[in-house]
Design a protein around this ligand. Structure first.
Ligand code: HEC
Length: 136
């Protein structure tokens, strides 16, 4: 009898995560997120522009480049972090066109961008978003 209980307990422990993940999956399918707020810019074009316009300060993955930030005495904000990604699309557009951020504006406005390029850069910036679990 004792043996039976142990076997059943082990079996249940093995099945439970499977059942739970199945449930979680179907739930996620019912509720697609991000459909309305998906940026309309072109991520690939944005990435190419980012490498030219933004990378020297924000690095490839949005991690602030130490030397530049120290020189500017700016707050280090990772573009992929919740703090940055919680900003509205308009805030991010404005950071490019008007500089960022008030009141210090340590990041200068990037003048020569067309509105299409700004949308592309915005779309790429959104792809830098880190998952909560990988955040330190
Ligand atoms: C000369 C260096 C430099 C360049 C080039 C640059 N940035 Fe920045 N950026 C900064 C600094 C410094 C800050 C932080 C300013 C502060 O906090 O005072 C910042 C802040 C930001 C923020 C706000 C983050 C937040 O929520 O606090 C966004 C968004 C941003 N940059 C996007 C971009 C994009 C997109 C580009 C390219 C089009 C770009 N930056 C180019 C230096 C730069």
């Amino acid at each position: 009898m004792r043996r039976y209980v142990i076997t059943m307990t082990v079996a249940l422990m093995m099945i439970a995560p499977l059942v739970i993940s199945k449930l979680g999956y179907s739930h996620a399918e019912e509720k697609p997120t991000q459909t309305q707020e998906k940026p309309k810019g072109n991520v690939e074009a944005g990435k190419a522009l980012y490498m030219v316009q933004c990378k020297r300060c924000h690095s490839t993955d949005g991690v602030p480049v130490d030397k530049i930030y120290r020189m500017l005495k700016a707050n280090k904000v990772q573009l992929g972090s919740k703090v940055a990604q919680d900003k509205s699309d308009d805030f991010i557009r404005k950071s490019m066109t008007d500089g960022c951020c008030k009141p210090t504006n340590k990041m200068q406005a990037i003048k020569e961008l067309t509105s299409e390029q700004i949308e592309d850069l915005l779309a790429f910036t959104r792809t830098l978003k880190q998952e909560e679990s990988s955040k330190k």
